[in-house]
Design a protein. Sequence first.
Lengths: 392, 392, 215, 215
Amino acid sequence: MKEVYIAGDNIISSLGFTTTANMDALRSGQIGLNLVTDPTLFPSPLPLSLVDTGVLEEQFREVLTLRGKTDSPQSFTRLEKFFIISIHSALAPLPIVPEDTGTLFVLSTTKGNIELLEVRNKNQFDSRRVFLWEMAHVVRDFFGFAHPPLIVSNACISGIVALVVAFRYLRTGMYEHAVVSGGDILSEFVISGFQSFQSLSPTPCRPYDAGRDGLSLGEGAGTMVLTTDRRLLKGAPVRITGAATSNDANHISGPSRTGEELSLAMLEAMKEAALSPADIGFINAHGTATPFNDEMESKSIALAGLLDVPVNSLKGYWGHTLGAAGVIESVVAVHALEDQLLIRSAGFETPGVPHPIRVISETVEQPMNSCLKTASGFGGCNAAILFERTIP
Amino acid sequence: MKEVYIAGDNIISSLGFTTTANMDALRSGQIGLNLVTDPTLFPSPLPLSLVDTGVLEEQFREVLTLRGKTDSPQSFTRLEKFFIISIHSALAPLPIVPEDTGTLFVLSTTKGNIELLEVRNKNQFDSRRVFLWEMAHVVRDFFGFAHPPLIVSNACISGIVALVVAFRYLRTGMYEHAVVSGGDILSEFVISGFQSFQSLSPTPCRPYDAGRDGLSLGEGAGTMVLTTDRRLLKGAPVRITGAATSNDANHISGPSRTGEELSLAMLEAMKEAALSPADIGFINAHGTATPFNDEMESKSIALAGLLDVPVNSLKGYWGHTLGAAGVIESVVAVHALEDQLLIRSAGFETPGVPHPIRVISETVEQPMNSCLKTASGFGGCNAAILFERTIP
Amino acid sequence: MSQSITAYSQIRSSCIKVNGSIEYCDENFITFAEFIKPFFKHLNLGYPKFYKMDPLSKLGFIAAELVFRKINIALYDRNRVGIVLANASSSLDTDLAHQRTIDNRSQYFPSPSVFVYTLPNIMIGEICIRHQLKGENGFLISEKFDSLLLFNYVNELFQHHRVDACLTGWVDLLQERFEALLLFVEPTTKAPAEEPLKVSIPFSAEAMDTLYKIT
Amino acid sequence: MSQSITAYSQIRSSCIKVNGSIEYCDENFITFAEFIKPFFKHLNLGYPKFYKMDPLSKLGFIAAELVFRKINIALYDRNRVGIVLANASSSLDTDLAHQRTIDNRSQYFPSPSVFVYTLPNIMIGEICIRHQLKGENGFLISEKFDSLLLFNYVNELFQHHRVDACLTGWVDLLQERFEALLLFVEPTTKAPAEEPLKVSIPFSAEAMDTLYKIT
């Protein structure tokens, strides 16, 4: 089995278009969720985390120029622009090329170009563009990836599953490098759906807090480049050392009552990495701020014997970014490990989950070697992945 | 298949020692739940529905006399006294005798003489008396029932299951009459357990109300005498015409998320009785006033197509009486049918369940022919039984 | 219409049997927990919920698990598979555990995870959850194993067309004394070709007595 | 370590097959709903939840149901049975239904019971609930049936010892066009004596292609 290293990354969110911009914002406690009034998204004002459209267009034109492309920006959808800018940004400083047959391309999304179904967007693009494979092929063709994209669409855990499959394929040597990119945009489709569930909070969401009353939605994209070739990397790169998924087998839209199944995935990931609870530096959990999800996570953390481990959720900063969430939150987890930084779980004040999990209430530096990243979603799916520092 | 008629009954509760006393109290809207301060039950004051001990002892001595018994009242436990008074009261006006080999004796209880486990009650009785069969044998021996008691202990649906088994055994002719008695007392054991679940309301419980915040506990006993011999009965007796039980297969201490399984039992009972939703006069539901139970019941009622049918819960009057509940609430259902009375669901003001069930908010007379009685309990169990008027 | 017992499990003394064959024996145990844990691990079910159950539920769960290794439950309408169990001790073993948590006011710590098991039908719930059985259920109490009590109840379920199949039997446990006999009962005509691991014993109180005696 | 396909189901055109044998055919249908409803009733599962599912989940549910009639799932550690499915259309069939509920502001009625099915892996959830499978799960998208995509994913699960067995395959449905091929894959050495309804086909991308073509 080979070691799988993180070689590069990018985050596009309301907090910026680079990992650095996003990390700086998180470090300074900046919240990307703002009250948005946009009738094409939702009839009344709602706290959302939106990517700035002006900057997006500017950045995209720059990528077209840098890549020597003559395509019109109008021939790409908003989400395709997210993916292209994010992948370009992550790959730019690296000697890893998409055209290499050793490079795997994994794409994660839940709804792809779903806004093309809206009446107002009809006829702007070929109707095939709503198929996830067609959108992924547009991104593949842009960069000239040697292989067709491996597309994961597994609800809120899509981003983690995309990282997990890349980790496994690299580990056994099937590929040498992998570009894993996850993204989703905010649309009337998604907002109306969550609203019908009455699961949206009227204020920026508050994971694990006693007063939490639902989730906030966001959009964005993230990319993580993985490699087994350590010679390409400087310093002491972070590795992926374990991963697992599981299913609640209980309910399609509500979490497990016991948290056993998420704890199963956590324990399996730790077992694969040969780590014990005392080895885990912090948990970056899913933390959507719905009453039941956060309650279930606290049960899982207790069952996995991880009550002593600091926990945060990043949803309080940029909401739930769906297919992007697993990737962008993992990028933050990796950088937090590199920077030895426990990032405050925004929105948390008063403990409000059944088990006494150690929610991070202040951003502080702390020596640590590993992060357990988790996610859970509709369909009863759970995922866990372990990031570890390479001791120099 | 034979017809199974209700020949007689009794209720012992905080509202009185006869069916008439209880029906009069319900009719006038009297609530049996009172704030009780009794450190042998619970350290702080709690709304409970307790049977008056003075009247109990007086009534018991009277039954001893009437039955020509020379036993000391001290040789019977509180719960045994409940059962004996209740069965005596139900049988007294009837030509049905316990010693008859055609008479079945069914006893329902959840915890029996559980208070004998308490240190302060040790050595008052032989330790075997905590076994449910030993307690039932004491009651059997008192009346001289020809057959050993059939003892049901199936959590909160015990009373209905006891009626269901009697119904089935009478239907096929295995027995001619049945005496079905259910009872439970309040004890530190039960109160401490429900309190550990944080499921007790600090005020009298409010089934189906938006402000409901948990259940109230009560004690009592009820007896229903069944027969297939209509010649013994005057007028137009109420019959049992269908019954079914089911299991959620989901969680041992929380109700189904969908209500499908309770609706399965309701639909099966209606199918056996060959009744459609339009035939049902009212539903006497379980209605414990815990947020999840009442929510689940509303889903079941919607799934069974019974949203147009008036619904009540009697828990607001005398709390949850555990092994007695199914029997005493069925006795009320039968008398409400006879009296053509929709009894107000005490504690209900503002609708607070997901589906628009028709909770009865005023006690009114209304022509109707049948009542669907339901119950649900720990272990995921559900039960439904149908009472129908015999058209004269 | 007649019914047959098509699979059964027996746990008593120091042995566990399925369809009459010994699966496991251990003479060297003092507590039920010591006896059952190695066998549960041997089954390799990956069902961590098992460890949270009280001893009575563990006993019933294992006995049911063995029956369902001989029956392909996917071939049945699980809304119409019933469970009817009985015992002598109800949940008294766990009742004593709950009582200990409240006996002393200065060490008063009732736990919902103990209290929930102070009902014997929780065992039925655990088996239903495991195998997704949603049909009729009933828990009965008798001083001793009473074949006629169970036979009559289950027989009426079939006579009233309330079940297509039914798991029934005796599961009793109190302070390290334990015994279980579980039977899967279904109409005799049920096509056996797809399930060759089944046996076929006409369902009667006498047959139940025989199986109980040789448990 | 090598794996075998030990049970498989196929639904396409007008026929439903299990382990290669035709179970049901109906040429006279226009919609998928018309095609599948009589067969669901014929299976007599007593699973009313089925009626609430979206068409894609119904298709996957039935295909899985048929596989588990050949496999006794009680013999497996269900925490270690995975599900990996793929299709071309994701949940687009139901996405269109949800979009219709919000297209017109004056008739705006988004329903949570529709919206929840606008994710393709809900089908995995439905199958997991039915058979209590709690292991690895993944949903992949490809333009066409891609045997290598699924083979590699599932093969890695076995290589990394993440599963003891895995349900895998293709379940695609869009506007009345539908096809499903589901395979149960497990190590070749898994004792077959207790499960004689199984087949044994070496697990490979080629074998998957062959089964897909003759679906």
